[in-house]
Design a binder for this molecule. Sequence first.
Ligand code: CUA
Length: 333
Amino acid sequence: MRHFVIAGILVIVATVLMYMGLNAAHLMPVNASAQATEIDWMWNLQLMGMAFLFSLIVIPMFYSLAVFRPKKGDTTDAEHIEGNTPLEITWTVIPLFVVVIFAYLGAGNLSRTLRISPDAMVVNVTGIQWDWKFEYPEYGITTTELYLPVDKAVVLKMTSNDVIHSFWVPEFRVKQDLVPGRVTELRITPTVIDDYKVRCAELCGTSHYSMEEFVRVVDDTAFAGWISEQQAIAQEALATPEGHGQLLVTTNGCAACHSINGEPGIGPTWFGLAGSQEELEDGSIVIADDAYLFESIRDPRAKVVKGFNPTMPLYPFTDEEIADIVAYIKTLK
Ligand code: CUA
């Protein structure tokens, strides 16, 4: 009995120390959404469970090793044990209950995390190799950065143009895949004004590592200001073909591969491209005229410039949109 009391006290002490240690390790970044609060509560409960189970196994083991080791010169066998039915029933039934309770708590937690808020703002998110595109249908704008008003529920309706990507802002805790041909949803209510980053959490090709973009949580005034600013930019851009082309380029993530200042990238730079001579993979030379630029956007694999991989995805641009993009590329010299 004395041994049980001592080992029991040691288990409790080890559990508390272990839990404090895990907490001090700051395994999670700052909690910045209503969903994160739910998830952190569940995570915390599991940390307690882990600390207790670890101590329950390791402490009695080391206690036995230390206290019940054979005396010097004692070579007799240990007492033979044939099993213990009450003990086996106990250690089967108790964990069963614990697992069922955790499943119950987890299901409630999940349903609160996924709960639909009727007044949620919709943002359509598109994943592109290797960039993000955010469309605000209520305001008629499309952007590369995600702005969210603080304390307002938002529902992201997400899809992909090419391969599977995954939307992940660690501070919001929730994560969801973007799947071509399907719309997946993610609900977030940001609670802390700050700048965060969305990272693609699904290996999606050459530049997966750089598929990140700012997520800025701002107050209502700043959000309204940003919306009207973006609307003005879009209005102005629509006035000219090259303006529209530039807007298309920015909102479709072309800059992830093509620089506009001559710097090398995954694709050829656009600086001074129009009208220049380009050597193709087979050694032939083409002039980068309107027709060539048009063809290279419509069918990127038709004529690949030497030294580049044919990795550019197909974009569903209309002929007019491509003509506007070509007009924009022609301004870069
Ligand atoms: Cu998109 Cu990784």
